[in-house]
Design a protein around this ligand. Sequence first.
Ligand SMILES: Nc1nc2c(c(=O)[nH]1)N[C@H]1C(S)=C(S)[C@@H](COP(=O)(O)O)O[C@H]1N2
Ligand SMILES: [Mo]
Length: 329
Amino acid sequence: MPSVHRRPSWYLPERLATPEAVFVNRREILAGLGLGALAFSLPQLACAATPPPASMLAPAVGGRFKERFPAKRNPAFSYGDDRAQTAEEIAGGYNNFYEFTTTKDEVWKLAQGYQVDPWTVDVKGLVKKPFTLDLDALFSRFPLEERLYRHRCVEAWAMQVPWTGFPLRALIDACEPLSTAKYVRFLSFLDRKGLPGQKEASWYRWPYYEALRLDEARNELAFVVVGSYGHPLPMQHGAPLRLAIPWKYGYKSPKSIVEIVLTDELPATFWNDSEPNEYGFFSNVDPKRPHPRWSQATERDIGTGQRRLTLPYNGYSEQVAAMYTGKEY
Ligand SMILES: Nc1nc2c(c(=O)[nH]1)N[C@H]1C(S)=C(S)[C@@H](COP(=O)(O)O)O[C@H]1N2
Ligand SMILES: [Mo]
């Protein structure tokens, strides 16, 4: 029934996008995080909930590549003075990953044990040197570093995460793009049997696909992520590799990538195809451009519950503003 169109739950940005007091009270924070996170992060208050198992944060590649972690932190990237690192169990317990479920605090449970080994990523298209990375190459071909990045979801929640990975530019340079290449397209995994979201939410155009303009992909901030909090990624964050494009809304950072294609045509993207009036190609964080159904002026930090002003380009203007005229949507 391809004509059936249902709004996913995250089109209503829950209560997060509605104006709240600057500091949300403690009970509200706990309710927003779910009982699991409550027990895990605030054990002194955990009268009823069962703590999440240690496997919640376990690397999806198991014990492999341990020796590459933690990677050296790159001091050029920090959260900024106004915000602190989000606790690992909070970032890992509140996820958008529709391949598993649209319920953010259930993703980690459904994602546990998902097999990503073996895995390959094809890098191809308008390039001189196409290549395929298997897991060994993914974790060793490019030197790993740790960067502290801010993350802003279009639903008006935000977090701060130490990602481990390598600059997307290093991967792009390695394939030697032809001069005709203008865009980079990313494809996530397709597994209609093994991924409950792909099986049940069959109206979506699976697999998830995203794209960047080539200059954006080569910006110093664009990062290929293989780890978080000093170890390889747990599944819910998009193992074995995802992007972190911190000046754009979170949906521009696809998870569990299997294909990277250099192309000369503006690629279609998953959310733009679904709701063209709501999600543009560029999707740079912009507090002055409200989403058609909610404001983007403020954001809620999922770690502290604090609501703060959203910054243009999520605070990364210095690194990225020169790429834009300001009219990109
Ligand atoms: N393949 C895939 N990638 C995805 C998504 C998804 O549903 N599927 N959700 C996006 C959205 S909306 C956000 S906010 C981030 C969330 O990343 P996190 O769960 O690691 O915080 O992943 C993005 N990448
Ligand atoms: Mo998002």
